[in-house]
Design a protein around this ligand. Structure first.
Ligand code: PLP
Length: 442
């Protein structure tokens, strides 16, 4: 890609360590140098005259950045606010809502662990019930998702929390159809679109979801701490920020309470949010056909990476190409021994072995939970490492001209013990409980 082929005298576009074959932009990708330069300039401006910046300038500056991001995601800027990350966006909505005892909150077994925890917390507080729809993986058609989710709806279902792009399994869910079908059954949807902005086109104003949160610090390549929360106008009065601040009793009438409250949640560093327009411009300028071209290219690279790996491990593609964006996940068999997580974010031994032995950073994610007695098999890791290197564009340390789209996820699946229905996943379904320990993923 042009940006990576900088002239030797120019500083590189990415700060990524050339010794590492980096295949995990989805968890924490890198932010390109021009965007970091922009962020630094915002910080310098803040520090030169803090009162001018925070008291007089910030609201207008954030309005401009919000308008730019809102345009990109197809939202009215009046309905979109900045939050620090998608986890905060999901928490903001869930923790604002009130439920009755026995109300049901619907989620899939592909939900991102942190957000599932937020749902469990709120359900516990409200004596509501979390209903988990088991969505198959591997799967053959997006309709299987629709069927699985709708099968979980009852007369008591109040809200569905759905990922737009699933973290562990890298599936782009048919979110328009899901939101519509749920609305037809009287169920509102909160969409966790952490991965979606910059991976798939968005038109939030027509989606119809009650709320949608997404990260700008993933596929838009904005600095860390830039994310948004969209809330449909009729839901705005009930959604309050996690931090109650000056906006709650502001006498101002020319802005909505929603914008007043989310516009100031205490002193912080707004430079990531303010740099979002620069990220949109820089990344959108990498290819002649702009963002549509970049999204298409990332998808093409992810599909190609998946094809190489599927061939290496002699497995069929686990999901239809239509459900792939810039992430691709492949199921792996279990290994004999159990591993304890060593990080607040799960670190699988295979992930560690590939990083230490091969210089390859690729997420190995236990799903739907760490296997009852084991983790992914290291036995054929050499073969996988060769395949991963092919995706990475050569040996670690070589020039890497094509960074984008090379997010490959290896999914360490649960051990299926004996006959169908006897494995941990079947137990999970039957008990309506989560297998323990829960598996943080990225
Ligand atoms: C579906 C989903 N939700 C939420 C998150 C969390 O994002 P953040 O850490 O920016 O809050 C992720 C991260 O990968 C994710 O995939």
């Amino acid at each position: 890609m042009n940006a990576a082929a900088a002239h030797p005298s120019e500083p590189p576009f990415w700060l990524l360590d050339p010794q590492v074959v980096f295949l995990n932009h989805g968890s924490f990708g890198s932010c390109p140098r021009p965007v970091l330069d922009c962020q630094r300039a915002w910080r310098d401006r803040l520090e030169r005259e803090p009162i001018q910046f925070f008291v007089r300038d910030l609201e207008g500056l954030l309005d401009a950045a919000r308008a730019s991001l809102a345009r990109f995601v197809g939202a009215d800027p009046a309905n979109l606010v900045f939050v620090p990350n998608a986890t905060a966006g999901v928490n903001t909505v869930l923790r604002s809502l009130r439920f009755r005892r026995g109300d049901e909150l619907l989620v899939t077994d592909h939900e991102y662990n942190a957000c599932r925890n937020a749902l469990d917390y709120v359900a516990g507080r409200e004596r509501a019930r979390v209903v988990v729809a088991p969505v198959p993986f591997p799967l053959h058609h997006a309709d299987e998702v629709l069927e699985a989710v709708l099968a979980g709806v009852t007369a008591r279902t109040r809200l569905a929390l759905l990922d737009h792009v699933t973290s562990q399994t890298g599936l782009v869910l048919p979110i328009d159809r899901l939101v519509r079908a749920l609305a037809d059954r009287g169920v509102e949807t909160l969409v966790d679109g952490a991965h979606a902005p910059g991976m798939v086109p968005l038109t939030l104003e027509t989606l119809g979801a009650a709320a949608y949160t997404g990260n700008a610090h993933k596929w838009l390549c904005a600095p860390k701490g830039a994310a948004f929360l969209y809330v449909r106008p009729d839901w705005q009065p009930r959604v309050r920020p996690l931090i109650i601040s000056h906006g709650a009793n502001s006498p101002r009438k020319e802005r909505s309470r929603f914008l007043l409250e989310f516009g100031w949640t205490g002193t912080g560093d707004p430079s990531a949010a303010l740099s979002v327009p620069k990220a949109l411009e820089v990344m959108g300028g990498l290819l002649p056909d702009g963002w549509p071209g970049l999204m298409a290219r990332n998808r093409q690279l992810a599909l190609e990476a998946r094809r190489i790996l599927c061939r290496a491990i002699d497995q069929p593609a686990p999901a239809p190409a239509e459900m792939i964006g810039a992430l691709a996940a492949l199921p792996l068999p279990d290994a004999p021994e159990t591993a304890a997580p060593k990080s607040p974010l799960y670190l699988d031994p295979l992930q560690e072995a590939l990083r230490a032995g091969e210089g390859i950073e690729v997420p190995v994610i236990p799903w739907p939970a760490p296997p009852a007695a084991g983790v992914a098999d290291l036995g054929t890791s050499v073969q996988r490492a060769f395949a991963l290197r092919a995706i990475g564009g050569g040996s670690a340390g070589q020039a890497r001209p094509r960074f984008w789209g090379r997010d490959v996820r290896l999914v360490a699946r649960e051990r299926v013990q004996g006959a169908k229905g006897q494995g941990p996943r079947a137990k999970f379904k039957a008990q309506g409980k989560r297998p323990v320990p829960a598996a943080p993923a990225r």
